[in-house]
Design a protein. Sequence first.
Length: 226
Amino acid sequence: MSAVNYISHLNGVLRKFSEDDKISSSHRSLYLAFFELWNQKRFPKTIMVNSKQVMSLAKIRSRTTYHKLLRNLKMWGYLQYHPSNNPQIGSLIEMFRFDTVTDQKTNKTYPVSEQAPVQKMVSYNKEKSKHIINSFKQTSPENEQVVIDYFKEERRSSMEAKKFYNFYESIGWKLNGKNPITNWQACAQNWMIKADEIKKDQNFKPVSQNRDNLYTSKDKNYGEPL
């Protein structure tokens, strides 16, 4: 008999569970407890089990529930159960194979090749995610002269272009120090708009209401009213 394929067997039995309306979460839990012990012993034909150990693995507290679920799994063709009348000797469990192409009792098996569509879908999703990430790749100007030329096209000074370049070059071309700049030209436009707003505010700065009208220069004509 060929060695048990861990992944193929587990995929096969889980698929059978999904198609079996009689199977409950408790049945699945008990079966997986047996499967864990079977795997630890390197998949022999039969395994000797201790009911207390299996119940602990399956999170089953009632011995009555344990035996009922075990009889169900046996009746529905998932395993074979050989009870022991000796309390010093554990019962024997024979796990049926679900990783082969041949039918076994009520078992309907599925070849590994049926997993291919899922694998292809995973590969497609990885490529799609990679494309999305690349579409937001950070962009920055090649050098300072490129920025100066761009500012000249917008009728701005070389000094303003150098200030823009040096500022963002010093912070790694990121917004707020966190998010990479994906379009430096758009960032430059915002810089220009902000500069114009600051200049406009400075030109229309109101005279302070706290001005000291008693302050005078040496050439003040004291004949004129304050």
